[in-house]
Design a protein around this ligand. Structure first.
Ligand code: NAP
Length: 311
């Protein structure tokens, strides 16, 4: 079994920063990810709230971070993590592609999109139902699309889609948005975007091949109807990716990992960073801050292990 000082699970902005700090402190570091490095940055068109850049493409920022993260020797390997075994002074990280050992582990697995849970959503997945405007928006050039949700993702991606689609109708279940005001203002000023308030999408409609529309219901009046669209983009929130860690007793009831301000979980030597943490503000900036703290704390933890072993 290959042995490292630190294993970072998830190579998003937090994980890459954790790997940078730990490897720059001369620790041996492995970053594990089940896909390409970058995490959700790869699904983000313009990032406008990362210091140092007025605006940067998410995948470009991911590539720059990866080059920075690996410059001091941190390695990267593909692997889907299935469990972490805690053996006190070392941990075993079990993946679908073999096991690795490390003195400390940093979890930065992030979150994944939540499904709307209505009929037609699974049936038309990849055939008009999408969770990624940057990935799939180009298929709907000059066509009408629907967006479901009212948070930052729904509004930001509606703005992106408005650059491609002929019209974007956003179905919001309340009479107001949860998104940041600057995004709201931009969307309200965009004449290709229409908001439909107090309305639930109750079914995704389609023919044998693809999406043709959505069934809707006003949750104040009870009025039902249909809206013809070619694509439906769903942004109704996120779920933590913590299934592999549920036996460690480090999550809250909803599955987010609880840490202290040093990114320490309830298990000594296991740290958590970024979107997977129980926190208020899930951003690239906050993930990067978490990663720096965890990289440094992993170093301190390993120094303490060495000091204890030398006694
Ligand atoms: P979110 O903030 O949790 O918002 C989810 C939205 O979906 C809310 O408007 C919610 O309505 C609605 N919703 C939930 N379940 C629904 C259902 N069953 N039917 C209809 N609508 C439903 O999720 P998010 O927008 O994906 O953002 C996730 C995190 O990433 C947030 O912390 C966000 O700030 C961050 N983020 C930041 C940026 C940025 O800074 N540029 C961009 C993207 C995401 P209610 O309001 O009624 O609950």
């Amino acid at each position: 079994m290959k042995n490292y000082d630190v294993i970072v699970i998830g190579a998003g902005p937090g994980g890459m920063t954790g790997a940078l700090y730990a490897s720059r402190a001369n620790l041996s570091v492995l970053m594990l990810d089940r896909g390409i490095y970058g995490g959700q940055m790869n699904n983000t068109a313009a990032v406008e709230n990362y210091p140092g850049f007025k605006s940067v493409l998410g995948p470009d920022l991911a590539k720059d971070m990866y080059e920075g993260a690996t410059q001091f020797g941190a390695e990267f390997a593909y692997g889907s993590v299935e469990a972490i075994e805690d053996h006190g002074d070392h941990k075993v990280v079990k993946t679908d592609d073999g096991d690795y050992a490390a003195k400390a582990v940093i979890i930065g697995t992030g979150s994944e999109y939540k499904k709307l849970g209505v009929p037609g959503e699974d049936k038309f997945g990849g055939r008009g139902v999408s969770y990624c405007a940057v990935c799939d928006g180009a298929f709907f050039k000059n066509r009408e699309v629907a967006v479901v949700g009212g948070g930052d993702s729904a509004v930001e991606e509606s703005l992106y889609l408005a650059g491609l689609a002929s019209k974007v109708t956003v179905f919001v279940r309340r009479d107001q948005l949860r998104a940041q005001k600057i995004l709201q203002d931009r969307a309200f000023a965009n004449d290709k975007i229409e908001f439909v308030w107090n309305t639930n999408v109750t079914e995704i409609l389609g023919d044998d091949m693809k999406v043709t529309g959505v069934a809707i219901k006003n949750n104040q009046t009870g009025e039902t109807g249909e809206k013809a669209v070619s694509g439906v983009f769903i942004y109704v929130g996120n779920l933590p990716m913590t299934d592999a860690f549920k036996d460690l007793g480090i999550t809250d009831d909803a599955g987010w990992i609880k840490t202290d301000e040093h990114m320490r979980t309830a298990v000594a030597g296991i740290f958590a960073i970024g979107d997977v943490r129980q926190k208020d503000l899930r951003q690239i900036t906050t993930a990067v801050g978490d990663g720096g703290i965890a990289g440094q704390q992993a170093f301190n933890y390993i120094e303490d292990l060495k000091a204890a072993a030398a006694k």
